[in-house]
Design a protein around this ligand. Sequence first.
Ligand code: ATP
Length: 218
Amino acid sequence: MAHAPLRLPVAILGGTFDPVHFGHLRTALEVKQELGIQQVRLLPCAIPPHRGIPSASPGQRLEMLRLAIADESALSIDERELQRPGPSYMVDTLQSLRQELGETPLCLIMGADAFVGLNQWYHWQEIPELAHIVVVHRPGWQLEQIEQEAMCGMVQQRLVREPAALAASSAGKILFHPVTPLAISATAIRETIRAGKSAAYLLPQAVWHYIRQQQLYR
Ligand code: ATP
């Protein structure tokens, strides 16, 4: 049941950011601007539970994030997963954020590719109890099709169409939101660099400079 508006939501975009690129950054900014979010935090994981160990170290991934948002006050970094030992389970992260934020609405931003794998995540059923989920467009994934398929499952009762619904409760809603489609992935960037080619214009210039300086992904 919807309540009176609480506070403007806080949103997180979790990821390995190996490396951070314009697909992450533009998505985070558009979600902030278009959904009435007070703050979007980029949240790098330490040990991803569902995939291999990242190529860059946690410190290097964090530094790339710092460089990427140095001039952008709309975005910030949340380091809690890097400070926690063991696998970076999102449910633990959301519990810790919930303690910090009280009743403030919390949104978990996920690309469509991540959302289709959500039911593989550790204790995934608890995630909508702790946060709203904002599913964003990613080239190669049909948002409408995912939405229709998801309608069969737990999403059906949680689906909302209006961003205002996110501010009306602290967790539990799912919103599908199209963002500018940018067919950029960290995997493709790593492969480009490994092939001896330039990754310029896929990520911020300062991040590309850092990658070359640190000789990453070669
Ligand atoms: P990799 O290729 O190594 O899997 P990635 O580019 O998918 O990396 P992640 O750090 O794994 O980046 O992604 C973090 C989050 O950002 C995920 O929810 C993912 O869906 C989303 N995301 C990544 N790239 C894009 C993009 N180009 N457009 C929209 N969302 C994206």
